[in-house]
Write a protein that binds this ligand. Sequence first.
Ligand SMILES: [Zn+2]
Length: 103
Amino acid sequence: MTHEGTHVADDARFLDSYNPLSGGYNQNLNISHGQTEFNAYQAGAEVTHEHGFGPNETQKIWDFITASPLYHNIMHNPIFDPHDFPLGIVPAGLPPQVVPDNE
Ligand SMILES: [Zn+2]
């Protein structure tokens, strides 16, 4: 439950970035499949060490994810296809969308 809840939170953060003025999304929040799996396994490790690592064992978590054939082909792909969930274009005359650079 924690694992899936983390994915839902990651998805919602991106989807909530929809800007009706630009018709687009904040691509900084469109994290990779690898990153959302990392977040989910890390959150899960807070609850149980079922995969043999704790939440602070980042290298072990990454090793577990990269070893899994489930994520091989999508590791570096964004969770949402930018063709379907594009970066917004702010119409002329409006200030550009402010994107925090501390992600
Ligand atoms: Zn997952």
